[in-house]
Design a protein around this ligand. Structure first.
Ligand code: SAH
Length: 395
């Protein structure tokens, strides 16, 4: 039998160097789990709190940079652990500022995360599975099939790796580097913004590769780690989890003490069409999905988001708009109309903007609130539904 990690046979203070692949990944661990690790090398619990702050709040990825820890502990940690095994393989930058990150996980599998800067907030879109089992007919990730679930550590690592590239590693959230001038006031004093302070918050959307509700425990563990104010400090109201409609998991999510905002990828307002676009609809048809949405407990001003990908000649008629309005009747809903992002492998075309506007007008007249989502990063295959771990920029 191989030697157990953290074996104390040589005494708590000795350095046992593990092979790189055997080293424990720290991102993804709670402070209590870090405390166990720290205790095994004979250090006091407060060191775990320092380590926790170092990896989540300061986003340090090398032990050498954690200069508030004693050199001996840093050496111990470096021999047995890594902060993360996730590495950046390529970064593609769009004309609109969107950046697509092709990430390599510890076992060589690849996933993608997307960073979208905006005037009033930045958004990171993260993956929850390597590939996806749902095979939705209009989504590139579905073409890949499922390779495997991501661990909580891997899900969380996407945020740390992306923010370090964008804001700089080791920067404390509020004092992060990369201050951007966003305009001048009339008095000539320049307004500056810093990433990640209250005026320029960070949103996280679990809308990358995969179906987060089919990797429920890891996704929720990641959400709880995001939320910790002593760590990444991304509150759940700034996190949106998107699902194609795994009904029992929606009910489970409803019971969570710490839960993200929920978005449903609807895209079809009748079962005949939805069965065709979303194979999962045959298991959880619209009546069941909408019933789960109706019983989902919303907080005071919260709305459920419904994503509706506009596919030309498929789901964009006046009648489809009226069906959608009827389906959402009585639900505190917000609809995101998403122009379809095409790919050569996908058999659909995007609805022209004039038709999207006509569709939206019908929703508005029926008192359904909706927004038209601006496509981001289409030129680098970073837009919704285009994530397929491509090594080149365009689809
Ligand atoms: N499995 C989850 C998470 C992936 S989210 C879900 O289905 O919600 C990906 C979002 O992008 C979904 O809202 C989906 O409807 C949308 N999408 C997928 N393919 C698309 C495409 N080709 N163009 C535009 N949006 C697409």
């Amino acid at each position: 039998m191989s030697e157990a990690p953290y074996s104390t046979s040589e005494g708590a203070g000795s350095v046992v160097t593990l092979k790189p692949r055997e080293r424990v990944e720290l991102l993804g661990k709670t402070v209590d789990e870090l405390a166990e690790l720290v205790a095994e090398v004979g250090e006091k619990p407060f060191r775990a709190r320092q380590l926790y702050a170092a990896i989540y709040r300061r986003r340090l990825t090398s032990f050498a940079a954690m200069t508030d820890l004693p050199a001996r502990l840093r050496e111990q940690l470096a021999a047995r652990a890594v902060v993360t095994n996730t590495g950046v393989k390529s970064i593609f930058t769009s004309a609109d500022g969107t950046r697509r990150f092709l990430l390599e996980l510890g076992d060589g599998r690849e996933v993608e995360a997307v960073f979208m800067p905006e005037e009033r907030r930045d958004t990171v879109c993260i993956s929850s599975q390597v590939g996806c089992p749902l095979a939705c007919d209009f989504c590139m990730t579905g073409v890949l099939g499922l390779k495997r679930n991501m661990t909580a550590a891997e899900i969380v690592s996407q945020i740390v790796v992306v923010l370090n590239e964008v804001y700089g590693e080791g920067a404390r959230p509020v004092k992060a580097t990369g201050i951007t001038k966003v305009g001048s006031s009339i008095s000539g004093r320049e307004k500056v913004r810093q990433p990640r302070d209250e005026r320029h918050p960070l949103n996280v959307v679990m809308m990358g590769m995969g179906e987060p509700l089919l990797n429920y425990d890891a996704a929720m563990r990641a959400v709880r780690l995001f939320a910790d104010e002593k760590g990444l400090a991304i509150p759940p109201r700034r996190v949106t989890l998107s699902t194609a409609g795994i009904v029992p998991r929606i009910d489970e999510l409803a019971k969570e003490a710490v839960r993200p905002h929920l978005a449903i990828s609807l895209t079809a307002a009748n079962d005949e069409l939805r069965d065709r676009l979303f194979p999962i609809n045959r298991k959880y048809p619209l009546a069941e999905l909408m019933a789960a949405c109706r019983r989902f407990p919303l907080t005071d001003r919260e709305r459920l988001t419904f994503e509706y990908v506009m596919l030309e000649g498929v789901n964009d008629s006046d009648r489809d708009a009226r069906d959608l309005a009827r389906l959402l009747n009585g639900i505190r809903a917000k609809v995101n109309l998403i122009p379809h992002n095409p790919a050569p492998e996908l058999p659909y075309k995007a609805t022209p903007m004039a038709r999207i506007l006509a569709f939206q007008k019908i929703l508005t007249d029926a008192d359904v609130r909706s927004f038209i989502r601006r496509p981001r990063g289409q030129d680098i295959a970073a837009a919704c539904g285009q994530l397929a771990a491509r090594h080149e920029a365009s689809a």
